[in-house]
Design a protein around this ligand. Structure first.
Ligand SMILES: Cc1cc2nc3c(=O)[nH]c(=O)nc-3n(C[C@H](O)[C@H](O)[C@H](O)COP(=O)(O)OP(=O)(O)OC[C@H]3O[C@@H](n4cnc5c(N)ncnc54)[C@H](O)[C@@H]3O)c2cc1C
Length: 550
């Protein structure tokens, strides 16, 4: 008897071919088009090269870095305090690759048209492979405008921050060519309410900007605690002020920066988030004394931008997996991607993904025009609008994409569970949903001309009457100031949808813009997969499905 014949229980059929090794740029037509559209045509080769890395070695590293969480040791075996977080080599590979390709530095060292868009496009690819490493990469990138406010500190730190060299050694910053930066604002009694910070700063000698202080207090969240220095907030006699606090002192001794423990988080597992205490930690004041919030907001604006990019990336990766699965999976003898109801769902997810990318890169475009006051106002407003809307849309969208894959989408190695767990962090940190909506109101009320810039951008003579009506309604909604805080989410959503619709309309793909406007501006659509009749769902699905063979 041939026993072997019974060992073979079945053939594997009706499973999609592997996407491993796919170049995430080449399978992403919207990314190619939107990055060119917003001025990063010159960077396509670089983005393409990063797409190959993101879909290949970085994707593999992403799984390893999340399976092997960072480990914290407060003391060494002899009882000395060490405050050490150790990461899996895959995490370092992710960090090294990103830094060597300029993800935290590109627009600062090559400030040309499209530089922010190019960098955002590469970050978008990186975050699809692994999002946790995005936290220190973003903070390093985002700290630059704040650091520049204190030229003598910037002179020493900026060349290291902008260097394309990753050095994770636990040694003093003066031994390093390249460094990473973190941010510690949130305290136990208040995250949104940073003015409630109790951490206190005492001048070592003369007080004031650029001077040395010793900080005493705690921070309830300090992500990436192995960064070389942190922007932080502490109270002085003149109020809350911003400081740069290095992990080592200039004499190479450890600063009085103590990691209490790591957070056990929902997602974002490759990234260590910690609670820390400062017990006389040496730090230098950045910006004006008592003006800590406006100083650190320079950093917050950039991290919020990256939340938009990061959530767009999570949605795109979820869509890629779902569309690929459905293009190869049959149910009832017919491919899912050809079945009308699944087409409706996939097409709807594709619209969400593309609209998120378009708004994120439009924001990059505004950042690429720092000398244009109109664009600065636009960026001020849209940072809050986009951070709210895109980050809010991501978890539900990813859930739907996972469901398209059936049980496979609930299993870790499909990547969907990781994307799903990751998504809420972008809407929570750096100002949660309500905070962003209230910030929209603040931008409109505190800075003159922001509303005009918004409506200039939107225009009103659109070829699509549904968008014109929506914009008219939005104007009326802003003209009515009653209960404005209560209505802040509705208003912010209205702005986001108007901007996304306008961008898609202008880009000239009528199938995309018509479906977006028909579904998003009609008031229906609390779940995905309820596109109106008459949409060319086949085209929308094809636009987002990786061509096979790759
Ligand atoms: C994974 C992770 C990493 C983080 N890393 C860092 C870090 O590196 N550095 C750092 O400083 N912080 C970090 N944070 C902290 C984060 O920025 C804060 O948690 C966040 O800003 C919210 O602050 P909070 O937790 O104190 O919530 P609260 O301020 O208590 O807010 C609770 C809720 O109330 C809402 N709310 C606040 N004000 C109003 C209002 N006026 N009207 C209506 N609703 C309101 C908020 O939107 C929120 O939903 C991290 C958080 C997470 C989850």
């Amino acid at each position: 008897m041939n026993l072997h014949q019974y060992a073979e229980t079945h053939d594997v059929t009706n499973q999609p071919p592997s996407l491993d090794g796919a170049n995430l740029y080449r399978i992403d037509l919207p990314l190619q088009q939107w990055s060119r559209h917003f001025g990063a045509g010159w960077a396509q080769d670089r983005i393409d090269a990063y797409g190959a890395l993101a879909g290949g070695p970085l994707m593999a590293a992403g799984f390893l870095a999340n399976q092997n969480k960072p480990q914290f040791s407060s003391h060494d075996r002899y009882g000395h305090r060490i405050d050490l977080v150790e990461f899996h080599p895959a995490y370092h590979e992710l960090m090294r690759t990103a830094i060597e390709h300029g993800l935290p530095s590109l627009p600062w060292v090559e400030p040309r048209e499209g530089a922010h868009v190019a960098r955002a496009s590469m970050t978008y690819l990186h975050s699809q492979a692994e999002a946790g490493s995005g936290c220190p990469l973003t903070m390093t990138f985002a700290a630059v405008p704040a650091l520049k406010l204190q030229p003598e500190l910037a002179e020493y730190w900026l060349p290291k921050v902008l260097a394309t060299e990753y050095d994770p050694r636990n040694v003093g910053d003066r031994h390093k060519v390249g460094v990473t930066l973190g941010m510690a604002m949130t305290e136990k009694q208040g995250g949104t309410d940073v003015r409630a910070n109790t951490t206190r700063a005492y001048p070592v000698g003369a007080p004031g900007p650029g001077q040395a202080y010793e900080l005493v207090g705690h921070k309830w969240f300090c992500s990436a605690p192995m960064c070389d220095a942190f922007l932080t907030l502490a109270q002085t006699d003149k109020g809350l002020s911003c400081f740069l606090l290095p992990r080592h002192r200039p004499d190479d001794s450890r600063n009085q920066f103590y990691i209490q423990r790591l957070k056990n988080k929902l997602g974002n597992c490759s990234n260590a988030s910690s609670e820390v205490e400062f017990r006389g930690a040496l730090a230098w004041m950045i910006g004006e004394e008592g003006r800590g919030v406006p100083t650190i907001i320079e950093m917050g604006a950039m991290t919020r931008f990256d939340c938009m990019v990061g959530s767009s990336a999570l949605m795109r990766q979820a869509l890629t997996q779902a569309a690929h699965h459905c293009a190869h999976r049959q149910v009832g003898g017919r491919l899912l991607a050809e079945q009308p109801l699944m087409q409706n769902v996939l097409a709807d997810l594709a619209l969400e993904s593309e609209a998120a990318l378009a708004l994120s890169l439009r924001m990059g475009r505004a950042l690429d025009q720092p000398d244009d006051p109109q664009q600065a106002k636009f960026a001020r407003l849209v940072t809050a609008v986009g951070k709210y809307w895109i980050c809010k849309r991501a978890p539900a969208m990813i859930n739907e994409a996972a469901e398209c894959m059936g049980g496979a989408g609930y299993v870790e190695d499909s990547i969907l569970p990781r994307l799903y767990r990751e998504a809420p962090v972008n809407s929570t940190w750096e100002g949660s949903g309500n905070v962003q909506c209230l910030d929209v109101l603040r931008a409109l009320s505190k800075e003159s001309g922001v509303l005009d810039v918004l409506f200039d951008e939107l225009g009103d003579g659109h070829s699509d009457p549904r968008l014109a009506v929506h914009i008219g309604n939005l104007k009326a909604a802003f003209a009515d100031t009653g209960d404005i805080q209560y209505r802040a989410r509705q208003l912010t959503e209205g702005i986001a949808l108007a901007l996304q619709a306008k961008l898609l309309l202008e880009a000239g793909n009528a199938t995309v813009s018509d479906a977006f406007i028909g579904s998003r501006l009609s008031g229906s659509g609390r779940v995905y997969g309820v596109l109106p009749r008459g949409v060319d769902v086949g085209e929308l699905v094809a636009r987002s499905t990786p061509n096979w063979p790759l």
